[in-house]
Design a protein around this ligand. Structure first.
Ligand SMILES: *Cc1c(COP(=O)(O)O)cnc(C)c1O
Length: 389
């Protein structure tokens, strides 16, 4: 854990610092699981599912082993198979797409909006064919994709929407929570996500009870009753230790989101006040006025082909930053030779060259943000003086 007071650097993320205030609560909750011996299917799992159903305003929540499994299980429950097409943005994490390929179906890559980095609904609409069997919008960086328009486009053709809400627990669109819009919402409890566990975990929000039951069937070896297998499912469980940790963290999730929002607001203000915003310099993340953003990432654009230079400059000064994502999915080696379809992904390719993610986590303090901003400022003033020389 870094000391926020020392002048060393600024971490991209400090999970230990975020967790430290809740240490006693974690130990109490984990001790209870240890003493119960119910490491799988313990009472915390049931309680967490019900608490998260309330939080996401859906009737059914099904825990599973990861966000990646949630996406795979969603497609399995919807019977996605070879020959089917599934529309997904190319500008996303691998797991949004691998679930499609793993079932032998064909990913069809949609382009994104330049401001929010989220999938462009009109691009989605243009890619629909008779074979389209699902649409996966990704709520990137903690801000929902345009769910009203996407659900309208999908609804006109009875195509199910699967929300990849791995980065967006607590987010909303038109005040309706992420995960409550589509047929299934997929969430991750990977430690860096807004509701992060101490290991892997995930869940699905499923408004329809029948579909929720089917998802649960697939997550439990397709077995019902015991040793009678109705479908070829997988083994994907949220364990009781993770559920116990997540119940503690869920109690503090609202505060964590407030903390992230304060950090994002300060970046917007500081970058603007320091005169760093401009086409050749930095573009701030676009805030969709219909969205409640939960800031899992603070993603700027760096213009003038200077993104990598800025990132190296920050790294030399021990300031963390990351590129989510440097290689769009349609350019990944592993998908070469497998069927996929794409056209016109200009915004995706441009974003992968310009995006830069700055440190954002609830316990990041203002003095650290000031150091980030000062370093960016000195990068531009030295770049400017180099250009003038
Ligand atoms: C993290 C993430 C996932 C996968 O979640 P895991 O729990 O790591 O398997 C899927 N999609 C997106 C967009 C993610 O950010």
């Amino acid at each position: 854990m870094s000391n926020p007071q020392d002048n060393a650097g600024v971490p991209l993320l400090d999970v230990n610092r975020d967790n430290a205030p809740h240490r006693e609560e974690f130990i109490e909750a984990l001790t209870e699981v240890l003493d119960s011996g119910r490491f799988l299917f313990g009472p915390d799992v049931v309680e967490l599912e019900s608490e998260l159903a309330g939080y996401c305003q859906v009737d059914n929540v099904v825990g599973c082993a990861s966000g990646s499994d949630a996406l795979l299980l969603a497609l399995m429950a919807l019977d996605i198979k070879p020959g089917d097409e599934v529309i997904v943005p190319s500008f996303t994490f691998f797991a949004s797409v691998s679930c499609i390929s793993r079932l032998g179906a064909t990913p069809v890559f949609a382009d994104i909006e330049p401001g929010t980095f989220n999938v462009n609904p009109e691009s989605v609409a243009s890619l629909i064919t008779d074979k389209t069997k699902a649409i996966i919008p990704v709520h990137l960086f903690g801000q929902c994709a345009q769910l009203d328009r996407i659900c309208q486009i999908a609804g006109e053709r009875d195509i199910p929407v699967i929300e990849d809400a791995a980065q967006a627990i607590g987010a909303a669109y038109h005040s309706r929570p992420a995960g409550s819009w589509g047929a299934i919402g997929c969430f991750s409890f990977y430690p860096t996500k807004n509701l992060g566990g101490m290991g892997d975990g995930g869940m699905m929000t499923v408004p329809d009870a029948g579909l929720a039951d089917r998802v649960r069937l697939f997550a439990g070896h397709g077995m019902r009753p015991r040793y009678y297998h109705k479908v070829i499912g997988i083994n994907s469980r949220l364990d009781t230790f993770q559920a116990a940790v997540l119940r503690v963290k869920l109690r503090h999730l609202g505060d964590a989101i407030d903390g992230r929002t304060a950090v994002a607001d300060r970046y917007d203000r500081m970058l603007t006040d320091q005169g760093m915003v401009g086409e050749d310099q930095i573009t701030l993340p676009t805030r969709d006025k219909n969205a409640f953003h939960v800031w899992n990432q603070y993603a700027i654009r760096v213009g003038g082909e200077r993104r990598d230079a800025l990132r190296s400059y920050l790294a030399e000064r021990k300031i963390g930053s990351e590129i989510y994502y440097p290689i769009p999915m349609h350019k990944q080696e592993c998908f070469e030779g497998t069927p996929f379809r794409h056209e016109g992904l200009e915004e995706t390719e441009k974003a992968s060259l310009e995006v830069l993610n700055l440190p954002v986590f609830p316990s990041l303090i203002e003095a650290e943000q000031t150091r980030v901003i000062e370093a960016i400022g000195s990068f531009y003033s030295s770049a400017a003086s180099r250009a003038a020389a």
